[in-house]
Design a protein around this ligand. Structure first.
Ligand code: MG
Length: 354
C-alpha cells in the first residue's frame, strides 16, 4: 500500500458510492480508497509504513529456535454476508486457523482484494470493519495488502485472499502423516454449522432456531491444547469437504483407517434437520470454527478435559479411533447399529462455501 496521508477534494461517499475502475488504477482515486476505507479501519504501524512491503521484527520464542509457517487462502463465499459472519471475518479466521493447525502462533496477515466495478462502497466498508474487528480480536494484524478492480461482470462483488505467517517452536511437528493405529480422534464441537448457515441464506430458508456460522479463530484453543503437552499427532480444521474430507486426508496421509461413532459426533438438531431438507450429509459440510485432533490414546482424556474448558470447544468429544487398514477407509458405526464407509464428497455439491 502506498503512502496516502494527504487530503482529497471530496471525501469518499461510503454511503452511496460504488467501486469504479479508477479505484484500481494506481492514481489518486485508489489512494483515496485505501486511505479512507482500508487504512482508516485496518491501520497499524506495519500497514502504515507505506512501502512496497512491510518490515516486520523477526519472531522470537523467548530465545528458543523457531521456524516460520506460512499459509494462504482465497475466499469467494457467496453470499458475502451470512448469519455469524461475512467474507471479511471469514478471511481472517480461515487463514489464522490454517497457521494454527500447524501448531504455530499466528503473527501477521496479508490481505489481497479483488473488487468488481460497481460494488457498493458501503458493503466494502462493512467488510473492512469486520476484518478489522476479527484481526484485532485475534491480535493478528493485517500488515500489508493490495486491491485490484475488475470490470463489471468479471468478478462477483469481492474476492479476498489472505496470507498468514506464524512461528513454530523447534521440536513441535504436527502433520497428517503422523496418525498411528490406536490413536483417538477428537473433534472440538458440532459439525455443519457454517455450511448450513451459508446454504440456508442462499436458499432463503428459515428455521425456528437460527443457524449461525461457527466462524472463529482457533489459535487460542490450539495454544491451550499444546500447553497440555499431550502427544498430539495432528490438528486440522474440517473446512471445505467437512469432517469426511479431513479424516480421509489424514487416513491416506498416514496410511491408516479410522472407525467413527456416529452418536459421538456433535451436531445441532436444527443443523441435522436442515441437512435432511437440503439433501446434505453433515459429514461433508464445511466448518470454520472447529478442529480435529489426532492424539495418542493415553493422553486423550486429559486433552479432552482441557478442550472442554475452552469456550470454543465446550462440546468437544472423542469421535473415533485410528485403526490399521490397508485400504485407508474411514468407517462409521451408525446410530442405528449399521456400518458404512465415510467417503470424500463426490463432485461439488457445495460451491462457494468459503
Ligand atoms: Mg485447513
Amino acid at each position: 500500500m502506498t503512502n496516502i496521508r494527504r487530503a482529497y477534494p471530496r471525501p469518499l461517499d461510503s454511503m452511496q458510492g460504488r467501486v469504479d475502475m479508477s479505484h484500481g488504477a494506481g492514481g489518486r482515486a485508489m489512494a483515496q480508497l485505501i486511505a479512507e476505507l482500508f487504512l482508516r479501519h485496518l491501520g497499524n504501524d506495519y500497514l502504515g509504513q507505506g512501502n512496497d512491503g512491510a518490515v516486520l521484527p523477526a519472531p522470537t520464542l523467548g530465545g528458543l529456535p523457531g521456524r516460520l509457517v506460512m499459509s494462504t487462502d482465497c475466499h469467494v463465499v457467496s453470499p458475502l454476508f451470512f448469519p455469524g459472519g461475512d467474507i471479511g471475518s471469514l478471511s481472517v479466521h480461515g487463514t489464522i486457523n490454517d497457521v494454527a493447525m500447524m501448531g504455530a502462533v499466528p503473527l501477521y496477515l496479508a490481505a489481497g482484494f479483488i473488487l468488481e466495478e460497481g460494488f457498493a462502497l458501503s458493503d466494502l466498508e462493512r467488510i473492512i470493519v469486520s476484518i478489522a474487528q476479527a484481526s484485532r480480536a485475534a491480535m493478528v494484524p493485517i500488515v500489508t495488502g493490495d486491491t485490484k478492480v475488475v470490470e463489471r461482470g468479471k468478478g462477483d462483488g469481492i474476492f479476498i485472499t489472505t496470507t498468514g505467517v506464524g512461528v513454530l517452536p523447534e521440536g513441535l511437528d504436527l502433520g497428517g502423516a503422523r496418525a498411528r493405529a490406536g490413536d483417538l480422534v477428537l473433534l472440538s464441537g458440532s459439525i455443519g454449522d457454517h455450511g448450513v448457515a451459508i446454504m440456508s441464506k442462499r436458499e432463503n430458508l428459515s428455521f425456528n432456531a437460527p443457524i449461525v456460522s461457527d466462524s472463529a479463530a482457533l489459535h487460542g484453543l490450539v495454544a491451550t491444547m499444546l500447553a497440555t503437552r499431550a502427544d498430539i499427532r495432528c490438528l486440522r480444521d474440517p473446512t471445505r469437504g467437512g469432517l469426511a474430507a479431513t479424516l480421509n486426508e489424514i487416513a491416506s496421509q498416514s496410511g491408516v483407517g479410522m472407525m467413527l461413532q456416529e452418536q459421538a459426533i456433535p451436531i445441532r438438531p436444527e443443523v441435522a434437520a436442515a441437512c435432511e431438507l437440503l439433501g446434505l450429509d453433515p459429514l461433508n459440510v464445511a466448518n470454520e470454527g472447529k478442529l480435529v485432533a489426532i492424539c495418542a490414546e493415553a493422553d486423550a482424556p486429559g486433552l479432552l478435559a482441557v478442550m472442554r474448558s475452552h469456550p470454543l470447544a465446550t462440546e468437544a468429544a472423542v469421535i473415533g479411533k485410528v485403526l490399521t487398514d490397508d485400504h485407508h477407509f474411514v468407517q462409521l458405526n451408525t446410530a442405528f447399529g449399521g456400518r458404512r464407509i465415510v467417503d470424500w464428497l463426490a463432485g461439488d455439491q457445495l460451491p462457494r462455501i468459503c
